[in-house]
Design a protein around this ligand. Structure first.
Ligand code: G4P
Length: 539
């Protein structure tokens, strides 16, 4: 039965979408993502004391078993979703794992995000992990907001930092605010929107919301508040900025071509709230999504959503599997029965969970832009669409090029079944990509990962959850390319050198190379061969 679109319901949906914003933070480890997240939650009233996110992390370590690994290494492997409210907005912050070996997980999370915040350490500028994640955002064309962090420490010249983004990422910049001083002499930021200076006081390690003194640019007190040289330097920079700067163009921001720039210090709470306010004004609200039935508008009355991540054993007491679903249209209601596009079956969405970090509360309704967690008894796979009304499937989530490969062996034949089951489930969950040799005699799966730690997690979980000890046999490749046009296209080019051909989980050809040089050589010799870094999505 179709969902009825009464004027009241339409109004409800329009309002819900207008008041929702969803984003992910992309950064290199140590840039301050955890700290910034914590401060955002502090402003959102979701936590009352800084330190809670880290404390939560520590608590989780104490209760989780396979995540023992996280504890041993002091890293965060899993991504979660944090929901909070600020100023009439419902905000979904899609948190991503900090460790670079888990960037595959981050890629998928970015598929569910409408906006990205690129967090950089002002002393370091662009770092490798940020560049990689930026490329994923660019592919999706989502708006990117830049926050330069750690201004309470000596950093690089602000113009130079902006120039780096322009030159190296090809992304235009617009400084929404501007820092006054840096390091020990960091005095605050000038907000170009209101033309006011926010002078900040340091709080004890930023444990509460920082008190800010706001003064006009023309206020005579300014010369007393800032030391003279700092004041002149700031005035000069401002003049330069206004002379050379690009115009602010929100349309360009929404197309991911212009990044608004913000400055601050997450740890001491300088500039975080100012950033949040501008971000909420400029960020894209939940937008339409491409599907087999055309663009699906968020205000479409029929519910739809897709699975972007699966997570096993978040709660070790239940040995459960949670599917993270991004709501794309209509309204989600507890216990609703929806169609599962891949299998054609009807699925009842019971026990929905609101996700807050590791804690969970029950959830009765959700709107476009929200993320819900559902218990997943093997029903869902990454990329699955669920819907009501007209049949549709959202574009799948691409697999990204792995860089490490190894045969996974099960030395104990009596464990064959458990081994198969474990490998399958971990693949479905997206813990690792699985490939196979084209040689039928070689039946062992090839694990294909972005980082070494992914291998360790797979082995650890196979042992702990499926009771199978495994052996790894590394392969000396570091580059994978899918072949556009599949086997037909590959067979046409004849024999290739310095590469091995394997099959992915869908039987499609993938070429493996020792290094980029070999890959470029094959591309050069066979211009007709369409080699792709991202797997064509499976529909
Ligand atoms: P991540 O999640 O991006 O990996 O970074 P995280 O927030 O854990 O921050 C990494 C380190 O940088 C932490 O120091 C943190 O306190 C520090 N940091 C974050 N924001 C700022 C800032 O604005 N200014 C300064 N000066 N430092 C900042 P740590 O010593 O590793 O941890 P902790 O002892 O402070 O907890």
């Amino acid at each position: 039965m179709a969902t009825e679109l009464t004027p009241d319901f339409q109004q409800e949906l329009v309002e819900a979408v207008d008041h929702r914003r969803n984003f992910a933070i992309i950064s290199h480890p140590d840039a301050g993502k955890t700290t910034l997240t914590e401060k955002l939650l502090l402003y959102g009233g979701a936590i009352h004391q800084a330190g809670a996110v880290k404390a939560r992390r520590a608590q989780r370590h104490a209760t989780s078993d396979w995540m023992e690994m996280e504890q041993q290494r002091g890293i965060s492997i899993t991504s979660t979703v944090l929901q909070f409210e600020y100023d009439d907005y419902n905000i979904n912050l899609l948190d991503t794992p900090g460790h670079q070996d888990f960037s595959e997980d981050t890629y998928r999370t970015l598929a569910a995000a409408d906006n990205a915040v690129m967090l950089e350490d002002a002393a370091k500028g662009l770092e490798p992990q940020t560049r990689k994640l930026f490329e994923v955002c660019r592919m999706r064309g989502i708006p990117i907001f830049t926050f330069f962090n750690k201004l309470d420490r000596p950093g690089r010249d602000p113009f130079e930092l902006m120039d780096e983004i322009e030159q190296e990422l090809g992304l235009a910049t617009y400084a929404v605010n501007w820092p006054i001083g840096m390091g020990d002499r960091f005095k605050g930021v000038f907000d170009r929107r209101s033309r006011k200076i926010h002078l900040f006081e340091r709080t004890a390690h930023g444990t509460r919301e920082a008190a800010a003194t706001v003064i006009d640019l023309g206020d005579p007190r300014i010369e007393d508040l800032l030391e003279q040289d700092l004041y002149y330097q700031f005035k000069e920079e401002l003049e330069l900025l206004e002379e050379v700067a690009t115009e602010f163009d929100l349309e360009q921001v929404h197309q991911g071509k212009l990044t608004p720039i913000f400055w601050g210090s997450a740890m001491t709470n300088f500039g975080v709230e100012l950033f949040l306010e501008s971000f909420l004004d400029y960020a894209l609200k939940p937008s339409s999504r491409r599907s087999t039935a055309g663009e699906v508008e968020p205000t479409n009355p029929e519910f739809s959503g897709f699975v972007f991540k699966l997570q096993a054993n978040m709660d070790p007491k239940h040995r459960d599997r949670i599917a993270f679903i991004r709501v794309c249209s209509g309204k989600f209601e507890k216990d609703m029965a929806v169609k599962h596009a891949r299998t054609g079956k009807t699925v009842r969405l019971s026990h929905p969970q609101k996700l807050f970090g590791q804690g969970r509360g029950s959830l009765d309704e959700a709107y476009p832009g929200d993320v819900i967690g559902l218990n997943n008894p093997g029903v869902f796979a990454i990329g699955d669409t669920i819907y009501l009304g007209q049949k549709l499937e959202f574009e799948g989530i691409p697999s990204f090029s792995p860089e490490l490969f190894a045969y996974l062996r099960n030395p104990n034949p009596s464990k064959f079944k458990q081994f198969q089951k474990g490998v399958n489930e971990l693949r479905e969950e997206g813990a690792v990509q699985i490939m196979y040799s084209t040689d039928e005699a070689k039946r062992e799966p090839i694990l294909a990962a972005v980082g070494q730690l992914q291998f360790e997690v797979v082995q650890f979980r196979l042992k702990n959850e499926y009771g199978v000890e495994t052996l790894l046999d590394p392969l000396g490749f570091s580059v994978a390319r899918w072949v556009g046009g599949g086997w037909d296209a590959l067979n046409k080019v004849g024999r290739l050198f310095n590469t091995a051909t394997v099959k992915d989980s869908w039987g499609r050809p993938v070429l493996l190379f020792k290094n980029n040089w070999n890959c470029a050589q094959v591309e050069g010799e066979h211009p007709a061969l369409d080699l792709r870094q991202v797997a064509p999505v499976v529909s």
